[in-house]
Design a protein around this ligand. Sequence first.
Ligand code: FAD
Length: 351
Amino acid sequence: MSLNSSTAAGEPIAAEVVIVGAGPCGLFQVFELGLLGISAHVIDSLPGPGGQCTELYPDKPIYDIPALPVCGAQELVDRLMQQIKPFNPQFHLGQEVVHFARREDGRFSVATAAGTRFDAGAVVIAAGVGSFQARRIGIEGVEPFEGQSILYRVKDASALEGKRLVIFGGGDSALDWTLELTPRARSVTLVHRRAEFRAAPASVAKMKELVSAGRMRCFEALPHSLITADGALGGINIKAPDGAVHALEADHVLVFFGLHPKLGPIAEWGLDLEKKALRVDTEKFQTSLPGVFAVGDINTYPGKKKLILSGFHEAALAAFGIQHHLYPQKRQFLQYTTTSPIMHQRLGVPD
Ligand code: FAD
């Protein structure tokens, strides 16, 4: 299983199936296709698999997964990753799918913002509530600095060594990066809008120790305005609860205000939508465009419930629909994993 097999240049990657979204339903789709001998490429805008489970509630217990009386959300994702391993899916993570088109020969062109292109026989949209985007810092004039000196994600921590850093946020990402970067940066200032933090108590305690030791600073304040000189970022003004504005020097401003989902480009792909969800049939979970299927939270049909369990069922039936779409001559049999030699072979189960 390859966790980042993308090549941005060259020919499009020929794929039997492209799955947009590596949430629990996209991952289980890999499994159901794999049982039928169909391989998949999986794309997600997030840097890791797991969708909402990993991004929004990794440590929370889930109680309604069949045969697992209780299962942590991240644990569920880890188990799904283990379950799909025999089928060797190719992951393309940290890449938003921005382009989709049906070609004249009935196949599909799919492309990501990073420039990776696919030539796919079928597409499954398992995009949940949309692609997760970082919440931006809401002050004037930030656009030219975003991705340069104002960062919503740290891709290369070594680029921040020896720099003056101002970090915004009160959750785990803000605290984890504060603790990680304080020993390596020239200075670190953490700014949070409240005195209470959402991050793990142990991280908050460690941060407070660093403040007491004079190794970093922490302020309760909101971002106010940028300090710039000759087109370069020089720092940021923050506004304290008493209304006073203070200037902080900074080479980089790191913003961890969490993520919010955006349906984004999927809304423009010409597929039938109902209240920001893709209309599907309940036989194959196919959208209004033959060859394009939708499973999980992104789809809608009479009686739809946005549950992981429902998405798993949808993925099982979609796999048969996809097999028929790709190989219409092939006769379909229902086989049990318990007894099917071909499924055992695909799963790598020893005889
Ligand atoms: P998601 O998990 O939303 O994953 C979709 C993925 O698609 C995301 O990773 C996103 O980045 C990616 N994506 C979207 N658009 C693009 C694009 N254009 N390009 C690339 N990638 C894209 N359900 C239960 O059954 N039981 C529970 O107990 C339960 N508890 C919950 C608790 C909380 C706090 C929350 C928020 C939800 C809970 N749910 C629960 C709901 C459950 O998490 C969802 O039903 C499930 O995650 C849907 O899975 P999915 O794979 O359809 O979508």
